[in-house]
Ligand binder design. Structure first.
Ligand code: NOJ
Length: 539
């Protein structure tokens, strides 16, 4: 087993993890798609920013129908991104700068190009090759109807029929067949994949749709209202959040524990009170906190979520995670710029630009950064968030790449608007992303937000994040203590160990600024007042 880095076993408890959507981070070879060479060239930037770890979205060989969440070979890097040797070199180099690397494990489904699925297609119904997936007979005369009413998350039925008449399950795109996790071969294969990457120095993994692995293999109908995760709130659901997922997780945790300093974090859109199950000491180290990411800009809502999340994690010896954006949701400066009643999917498609107050959104994003970075636990920061990038909600339809767009019958634009390549420079064919045009076009407004444009500006978002991470690592990670303070309905305020207080005014009006030395503020504070939509750290 190779270790590239000295880490204590609890490093993840307060880590700032930077999420790299590899396609869109930096393009080292000029083909328009980001790659490992690009990431390596930007490692000094990440070290300077002060992050503890990076999580790399899937970088494996893939037809890239779902941005790499359609894996054709879990042990091979996609040639557009580089080679497995380059991945190893990158993990070692990052380790040399004190940055741990988390991989993205995609266990719920493979790509239809995976050798197992190709074998399944070439094999007869009832064969061991088919038993690795969910292949079943349909209903009705000659099995012409799908086995159940389950729908794909991207739109349309979750079942596709193959030439010999059997149907296979795919909770996502038809090119993403779901694996059968009650099959011992599937379990053994993933244990081996996990060891493969841990042996190459990966610090652990983010686990994709961690709550969907187990299925009720009688495939009962769920009805039109029972399709999404929220249905698992009230009943045992045939594919969301079933108890059997925990047996799988425990077997992975045992492997990680052999290595001592590795961790795994669950992407699980579950009811908050189920989260502690995932976080018990023999399961995940962390699970993403998605309630805050879905909450409107409202002090009462934020406060309830924050306190519940801290208490839930603490009860099982874990720590909360804070997430404002990721590659699946509208970027938060844009979310916070819209009235809370707006349906984001509809707005992206036919929304009125007039509803958007970008100045307010940017101001709130700055305040949210200081709020979340001051809380106990770890922070997952999505690439470009530190630049204040907004959602590119106005991408022209002909460039859209997300399967959500066609599969939803063009009723949902999908997630491309948060995946537009990073602007590094204010000029050039792709604003410094690469030597040529980028796979998704960048809007003109990205030029002013480029790294180069923000680098020397003390008031920039980039420098706010840099300053916050310096103070955070010096003063805010020694322990998990937090004491909530009551400073009014529109204010979230708390004291951390080391006597640092964070005060966030989420309302529109100024409030009195408490005494103390201002360590950092998200917008200027003067005259003893804390303006609206502003956070301050006080010593
Ligand atoms: C969650 C991932 O974050 C998303 O991008 C992907 O489409 C689905 N899981 C399916 O893998």
């Amino acid at each position: 087993m190779r270790t590239t880095q000295q880490r204590d076993a609890h490093w993840w408890r307060h880590a700032v993890v930077y999420q790299i959507y590899i396609r869109s981070f930096a393009d080292g070879d000029g083909d328009g798609t980001g790659d490992i060479a690009g990431i390596r060239s930007r490692l000094p930037y990440l070290a300077d920013l002060g992050v503890d770890a990076v999580w790399i979205n899937p970088w494996y060989r893939s037809p890239l129908i779902d941005g790499g969440y359609d894996v054709a070979d879990y042990r091979e890097i996609d040639p557009r991104y580089g080679t497995t040797a380059e991945a190893e070199a990158f993990i070692a180099e990052a380790g040399g700068l004190g940055i741990s690397v988390l991989i993205d494990l995609v266990p719920n489904h493979t790509s239809s190009e995976h050798v197992w699925f190709q074998e399944a297609l070439a094999s007869a119904p009832g064969s061991p090759a088919r038993a690795r997936y969910h292949f079943v007979q349909g209903r009705g005369p000659d099995g012409i109807e799908a086995p159940s009413d389950w729908l794909s998350r991207f739109g349309g039925p979750a079942w596709t029929r193959v030439a010999d008449g059997e149907w296979y399950l795919h909770l996502f795109d038809t090119s993403q067949p779901d694996l059968n996790w009650s099959n011992a071969e599937v379990l053994a294969e993933f244990e081996d994949i996990i060891r493969f990457w841990l042996d190459r120095g990966a610090a652990g993994m983010r686990v994709d749709v961690a709550h969907a692995l187990a299925k009720d293999m009688t495939y009962p109908d769920v009805g039109p209202d029972g399709q999404d995760e929220s249905h698992a709130l009230t009943t045992v659901h045939p594919f969301w959040d079933r108890d059997e997922v925990h047996d799988i997780i425990r077997s992975w945790r045992a492997i990680l524990d052999e290595y001592g300093d590795r961790m795994m974090v669950a992407e699980a859109w579950i009811k908050p009170d189920r989260r502690p199950l995932y976080l018990s000491p023999d399961e995940y180290h962390q699970a993403f906190e998605f309630d805050l990411l879905r909450a409107p800009w409202d002090a009462a809502r934020f406060s309830t979520i924050i306190q519940a999340s801290i208490a839930d994690a603490r009860a099982v010896g874990s720590v909360p995670t804070w997430v404002l954006s990721n590659h699946d949701v509208m970027r938060h400066p844009t979310r916070y710029a819209l009235p809370p009643t707006v349906d984001l999917d509809t707005w992206s498609l036919i929304g009125s630009h007039d509803l958007l107050d970008e100045e307010v959104g940017a101001r709130r994003a700055r305040a949210a950064a200081l709020l979340t970075l001051a809380l106990p636990g770890s922070m997952y920061l999505y690439q470009g968030e530190e630049l204040g990038l907004p959602e590119v909600w106005d991408l022209p339809e002909h460039v859209l790449d997300d399967p959500v767009w066609p599969n939803s019958g063009k009723t949902r634009k999908g997630r491309d608007g948060c995946r537009v390549p990073i602007p590094w420079e204010s000029g050039g064919p792709s604003l410094g992303f690469g030597a040529g045009p980028s796979w998704l076009p960048q809007p003109e407004r990205f030029a002013a937000l480029a790294v180069a444009a923000q680098d020397d500006d003390p008031a920039s978002m980039l420098n706010l994040y840099r300053a916050a991470l310096v103070i955070r690592s010096a003063r805010l990670v020694a322990d998990d203590e937090i004491e909530m303070l009551d400073l009014g309905d529109s204010v979230i305020a708390f004291r951390r160990g080391n006597d640092v207080r964070c005060v966030v005014n989420m309302g529109p009006e100024s409030v009195p600024l408490p005494d103390g030395d201002v360590l950092l503020s998200s917008s200027p504070v003067t005259g003893g007042q804390l303006p609206g939509d502003t956070s301050v750290w006080l010593a």
